[in-house]
Design a protein around this ligand. Structure first.
Ligand code: PEP
Ligand code: MG
Length: 880
């Protein structure tokens, strides 16, 4: 088996198409070399070695050593250096590289191959002893912490001590002799902490680093990340070994990270940061402040790469063009300049904000780089959520505290909190919080998720906080260096202003500004790009998108976002208003039919008005109105006062009403007297609702001259007999209204399919139904036997222990519940080929579920108004 693939030297054996075998980094290094970009020679140990390693009890394949040896010799040949040669030593970097980039794994060891002898060779060849000893100590520090597991604080402390001793501020002011002393100290630290000397044999170093990469694939942090992102452990990671180039060999050297377009806005400008005379990790570590790439972006006191290293910058600009044309997507690249020569160390598809994803997709389609279909595919539907984020009200008063980098857009305010744990505690209580950290690490991710926004005082646009916040759509201001954070005192200060934990700040992630207190925000307007993409999506999607809405506000929002009708109007939500709930309670608690009918009749005008409002707003679009379906307990009076009120209204004694309440209370309300069961036992109720619907429809179509076609929907049907009898009640009431008014009106009567029995007998039920709407909330509840209201008690455990892959109330369980949906659809259409099919459970707004509904051939999905754009895009992607 071939376990090792060379790149960049005389042999270039990989390519971008081999990402599964070589990992993303390795595949793209080979690809860049293949298209003629300057890539230092190296080789990739395949992901198959990782898999074999774990299959064989952490042992390598037998012939691996020989293949690594041969590939290493290839690098030596290409460069005229030798690994471990005291006179002209080859140094390498060792990096992990899975198919998708994966934080939590061992990342990078640089300068590998240095020891007490080769450091002298490096010093002689570079003519720079300080550089050589600095590189050596960096190597011991990196190798010591990531391979040998020594806490990096041990090393940092010694540097601080050395700087204090030398009376200097910056690392750059330390001399070669200082670094020699640090190396001695470092080696002692390693001996003390690990009980063994630091390895001097370069081959032992190399295999140590390779082993650390493979070992890190199974460490707890990597495991957690994989679980959260559905990455199978069987993918494995590759290891990349590459000849070192040095960005820290003088003022004509540099290292940087950049994006071919602005990852925040998507604007077509070259974007990034670099540091002169520095090594890769310095840029992201936040120890020195990175400088901008282009002069146009440079602020006062900053030195752009365009000015400092014009030749390398010009070459980088042409690399940028080549990469974008080649990959046809925005790239995130790492480079190093050694003595004015540019070297490419990485390229990959760049992470971006939702706004940038949209801008880039549209711009690239307009530039002719990609098709409209590709542009549609490029924007993750759920990311649209971020575009609907609020911004600061330009007219709101504000007190600016400080300014950092605009790391992730949107505006958010909240109480200051200094740890991820405290964020979770407060967020669970419903508080808005802002996580404030000096910098963030993977341990903070859960807190970042629960926070409204993240503020850091250190780090650049590519710092952990910035990258993670952008990915999850959290507002983030990074590197606000003017703010001082004191974790112990739990304070944040700017000059003399001191804010304590719990006090409010507001962040503007679009400008980087930080304000004291609350600043009013406004809802976003949908930009040109947004509607362009929506237009393209609408052209290709097959399914219609409706909204779940019952209030005029929600209906307006739904139309604003492009809903093509209402798929679910939950009438019980219309019954909670203070002027109505009393009648609802009387209806439920009535001791005799006359009292009940009186209460129901009192509700009629309210309902009629509600429906008129909806029909007017929806202007001829279909509106599905579901007749009452409350689990009864939601409506029962709570406490003495409410009970007394109901009793008084009905002219009955408190005791009588209390007794009836006790009789009505159920052990399992969700499986109790609700849905059509209520409509069958209290036929006056559904008759009243039907009357209200038909009267409202007649009135609005007379008023607007536009036909209104109400769809009346019966909930919680399990048997054909239930629907047959309910249908009669509804038809009778409708016929009566039409007869007395003499009006002509089309209406239809359908049912929800939300119980397993309904799906199993859908062919019989279809005989009584003009349409089906799958109620996947109840269908999930009843198929799993998971209470919708109580899953919180055990579902987190299930998710954590891989008993279930996803929350089935968020993303449909295709294997089980999905089978019932497709069976229901098939059986229904076997009886009525044109039967209209929709879905109105929460899953109607979930992109993965929408893909499934497309495959089942549903006619529409209905979701909450704010998810309508997401559903439009997801339905388009599903149809492609
Ligand atoms: C459903 O059960 O999926 C549904 C839409 O109805 P509700 O959520 O109101 O029970
Ligand atoms: Mg339901």
């Amino acid at each position: 088996t071939k376990w090792v693939y060379s790149f960049g030297g005389s042999a270039n054996e990989g390519g971008a198409g081999m990402r599964e075998l070589l990992g993303g980094k390795g595949a793209n290094l080979a690809e860049m070399a293949a298209i003629g970009l300057p890539v230092p020679p190296g080789f990739t140990i395949t992901t198959e070695v990782c898999t074999a390693f774990y299959d064989n009890g952490r042992a390598y394949p037998e012939d691996l050593r020989a293949q690594v040896g041969a590939a290493l010799a290839g690098i030596e040949g290409a460069l005229g250096l030798r690994f471990g040669d005291p006179a002209a030593p080859l140094l390498v970097s060792v990096r992990s590289g899975a198919r998708v980039s994966m934080p939590g794994m061992m990342d990078t060891v640089l300068n590998l191959g240095l020891n007490d002898e080769t450091v002298e060779g490096l010093a002689a060849n570079s003519g720079d002893a300080r550089f050589a000893w600095d590189s050596y100590r960096r190597f011991i520090q990196m190798y010591g912490s990531v391979v040998l597991g020594v806490s990096h604080h041990r090393f940092e402390d010694l540097i601080e001590e050395t700087k204090r001793g030398a009376g200097v501020q910056d690392d750059t002011q330390l001399t070669d002799q200082d670094w020699r002393d640090v190396v001695v100290g470092y080696k002692e630290i390693v001996q003390r902490e690990t009980g063994a000397p630091f390895p001097m044999d370069p081959h032992a170093q190399l295999w140590g680093a390779i082993g650390a990469v493979f070992g890190s694939w199974m460490n707890p942090r990597a495991n957690t990340y994989r679980r959260l992102h559905d990455i199978p452990a069987s993918w494995g990671t590759a290891v990349n070994v590459q000849a070192m180039v040095f960005g820290n060999m003088g003022q004509d050297c540099a290292t940087g990270v950049c994006f071919t377009r602005d990852p925040s806005t998507g604007e077509n400008v070259f974007y990034g940061e670099y540091l002169i005379n520095a090594q890769g990790e310095d840029v992201v570590a936040g120890i020195r402040t990175p400088q901008p790439m282009s002069q146009q972006r440079a602020r006062e006191g900053e030195l752009s790469m365009e000015r400092a290293l014009p030749e390398a910058y010009a070459e980088l600009l042409s690399v940028r063009d080549i990469l974008e044309r080649h990959y046809r997507d925005m790239q995130d690249i790492e480079f190093t300049v050694q003595n004015n020569r540019l070297y490419m160390l990485q390229t990959r598809t760049g992470k971006r904000t939702a706004a940038a994803a949209l801008r880039i997709a549209i711009a690239m389609a307009e530039e002719g780089l990609i098709s409209h279909e590709e542009a549609i595919r490029r924007v993750p539907p759920s990311s649209l959520d971020q575009l609907l984020h609020p911004t600061l009200d330009p007219n709101a008063p504000r007190t600016m505290l400080s300014r950092g980098l605009p790391a992730s857009p949107g505006a958010a305010g909240g109480a200051i909190v200094f740890s991820a744990e405290d964020v979770e505690i407060r967020a669970a209580r419903g508080e808005d919080v802002i996580l404030v950290r000096i910098e963030t690490s993977p341990e903070d991710v859960h807190g970042m998720h629960a926070a409204r926004g993240v503020l850091t005082t250190r780090g650049g646009m590519t710092s952990h906080a910035a990258v993670v916040a952008r990915g999850m759509g959290r507002v983030c201001v990074a590197g606000a260096g003017g703010i001082h954070v004191d974790y112990k005192a739990k304070t944040l200060s700017v000059g003399a202003t001191v804010l304590h934990e719990g006090e409010w700040i507001t962040l503007d992630g679009g400008t980087g500004e930080v304000f004291a207190g609350k600043v009013a925000t406004i809802e976003p307007t949908l930009s040109g790009d947004f509607s362009t993409l929506m237009g393209w999506a609408d052209n290709v999607r097959r399914m219609k998108i409706r909204a779940n809405a019952e209030t005029p506000d929600d209906a307006q929002t739904a139309r604003h976002f492009g809903a093509e009708g209402i798929g679910l109007c939950r009438t019980e939500h219309m019954f909670f208003a203070p002027d109505r709930i009393g009648f609802v309670r009387q209806m439920i608690m009535a001791g005799d039919a006359a009292t009940r009918v009186r209460a129901i009749d009192a509700l009629l005008p309210f309902q009629r008005q509600d429906f008129q409002d909806l029909f007017r707003i929806m202007a001829g679009l279909p509106v599905t109105i579901r007749l009452l379906d409350p689990p009864l307990h939601e409506f029962l009076p709570h406490g003495e006062a409410e009970l007394a009120e109901v009793a008084a209204a009905m002219g009955e004694s408190l005791e009588a009403v209390a007794t009836r309440k006790a009789a009505l209370s159920e052990s399992n309300p969700m499986l109790g007297h609700r849905g059509c069961r209520l409509g069958l036992t209290y036929p006056e109720l559904y008759a009243m609702q039907t009357r209200a619907i038909i009267e409202a429809a007649i009135a609005v179509s007379a008023e607007t001259g536009q036909p209104v076609v109400p769809e009346i929907m019966i909930p919680l049907v399990g048997m054909e007999s239930e629907l047959r009898r309910t249908r009669t009640i509804v038809e009778q009431a409708a016929t009566e209204v039409l007869a007395t008014t003499g009006a002509v009106l089309d209406y239809s009567i359908g049912t929800m399919i939300e119980l397993p029995r309904a799906a199993l007998t859908a062919d019989r039920i279809a005989q009584q139904a003009d349409f089906f709407s799958f109620g996947t909330n109840d269908l999930t509840q009843t198929t799993f036997g998971f209470s919708r209201d109580d899953v919180g008690t055990f579902l987190p455990f299930y998710l954590e222990h891989d008993l279930i892959a996803r929350d089935p109330f968020i993303s449909i369980d295709q294997e089980g519940v999905g089978q019932l949906v497709s069976m229901g659809a098939e059986k229904g259409r076997s009886v009525k080929p044109g039967l209209k099919l929709g879905v109105c459970g929460e899953h109607g707004g979930d992109p993965a579920s929408i893909g499934f509904f497309e495959s089942v051939g549903l006619d529409y999905v209905s979701c909450s108004p704010f998810r309508v754009p997401i559903a439009r895009l997801a339905a388009a992607q599903a149809a492609l």
